[in-house]
Design a binder for this molecule. Structure first.
Ligand code: UD1
Length: 418
């Protein structure tokens, strides 16, 4: 396992261009299976998770290649329906191909997915939704086998607004017979981006971005060229890095409306968040943070993003006062509290709730990134600590951040990789 080495105490300053969204790109790449011709994608970030999805598509028979910054997917010869176990174990999002495969080939075989270690993360909502559309499902030796003689539009009510399940069902439904309605659908911007992509393929989708999504089935979909939205989690991570180092950073290619939960909380703590235009935001930290108590709950969109919770915790470590974070999306996503404590942080946490005693000095230490966003939180804490922090698990962090050490260094941080 590689490492990030962070020497803290430097103020971040300058301009950063946010990359394309990983979590929008992954389902859109999977949705390319549905097209009858080539798909050209702009703005796909160069990340480990994207490489895994490329390998998944290739294993299914697609031709996939980069042409400069564009990712080209030629799905015409897809004829395999088994998602290789080792790819599935590397990334939970491999599951996204099951809906499109069912719609296109009438079959899909997947294994219990892997990915970040943040709780059980069952797949029942995916399977129930696909079954309602007309798939037969069974499990055998850890494999999930899905089969259909034809998908038919129907109403699916999700008991929880799962992002992945909403996306998987949408992708299956675009080639189903008749209309599908997803109730209690997830409302994340990545869902809207997927819907817009599917529309450029010729699909008709109404209500994406609300809890009530309607998809009209089509017989075929054509190819397209499409640009992925900017990564709101990357933008939020850099914004918090700027704030906790007392810095001033301008973020470009940042869709300001996609982070409603974050900006309000940062302003509450005294950070100036200047919306320059719809795609540019400037983060200006105050000279000193006042004593206060912040209480934050993560929730599905438009609530505060769980994927920014560890980074926000790192930020709160710099704000004097007693703060509360409650994690409501995943049942076990506060493991980073223990790693922060190795750096001198005063935090009491169980699996769901953390009490943070902010405003105490942090010291460099050797810590471990258990999951992608926890790793980002540790890098942020390292930026605000005295001395050198070594974060084990570089590969885990690089699943979601492109050239992170280099881009932080361009803003004045001292971050290297080993
Ligand atoms: C997506 C994001 C991830 C983010 C998460 C929540 C991608 C590739 N990943 O993950 O970064 O943290 O949304 O914003 O887009 N659940 C079930 N049964 C299911 C599916 C989910 O119980 O079939 C539960 C999960 O265990 C979890 C909650 O629903 O507690 C949210 O999961 P979900 O919204 O599905 O997240 P992902 O799509 O996996």
């Amino acid at each position: 396992m590689g490492q990030f080495v962070v020497r803290g105490g430097r103020r971040l300053e300058g301009t950063l261009r946010v990359k394309g969204s990983k979590n929008a790109a992954l389902p859109i790449m999977a949705a390319s299976i549905l097209a009858s011709d080539t798909v050209i994608l702009d703005g796909v970030p160069r990340l480990r998770d994207i490489d895994v999805m490329i390998q998944v598509l290739q294993a299914l028979g697609a031709r996939v290649w980069w042409e400069d910054s564009q990712l080209i997917i030629d799905p015409r010869h897809i004829n395999q329906y088994v998602v290789p176990a080792e790819l599935m174990q590397q990334m939970r999002a491999s599951l996204f191909v099951t809906g499109p495969l069912l719609a296109r080939l009438g079959r899909a075989v997947a294994f219990q997915p892997g990915g970040c270690n943040i709780g059980d993360r069952p797949i029942d909502l995916h399977v129930n939704g696909l079954t309602k559309l007309g798939a037969q499902s069974r499990t055998q030796d850890g494999q999930l086998l899905l089969e259909t003689v034809g998908l038919t539009g129907t109403e699916v009510h999700l008991s929880y607004p799962s992002v992945g399940a909403t996306e998987n069902i949408m992708m299956a439904a675009v080639l189903a017979r008749g209309e599908t309605r997803i109730r209690n659908a997830a409302m994340e911007p990545e869902i809207v981006d997927l819907a817009q992509f599917l529309e450029t393929l010729g699909a008709t989708i109404r209500g994406a971005g609300t809890s009530d999504v309607r998809i009209e089935g089509r017989e075929t979909l054509h190819g397209t060229e499409y640009t992925i939205i900017p990564d709101r989690i990357e933008a939020g991570s850099f914004a918090l890095a700027a704030a906790l180092t007392g810095g001033q950073v301008r973020l470009e290619n940042c869709l300001v409306d996609h982070l409603p939960g974050l900006w309000g909380r940062m302003r509450e703590v005294g950070v100036e968040v200047r919306e320059v235009d719809a795609e540019t935001v400037e983060i200006i930290a105050p000279k000193q943070y006042r004593r206060m108590s912040i209480s934050l709950h993560t929730n599905p969109y438009p609530g505060f993003a769980t994927d920014l919770q560890p980074q926000f915790m790192a930020f709160l470590l710099k704000v004097p006062g007693v703060h509360l974070i409650s994690e409501r999306v995943f049942e076990n996503r506060l493991g980073h509290a223990r790693e922060f404590r190795r750096m001198g942080a005063q935090i009491a946490a169980d699996q769901r709730v953390a009490l943070i005693y902010g405003g105490h000095e942090l010291y460099g230490a050797q810590v471990t990134a258990m999951d992608l966003r926890a790793g980002a939180g540790l890098i942020l804490a390292g930026l605000g600590a005295n001395g050198q922090t070594i974060i084990e698990g570089r590969e885990v962090i690089e699943r979601g951040y492109e050239n992170l050490a280099q881009r932080l260094s361009q803003l004045g941080a001292d971050v290297t990789t080993l």
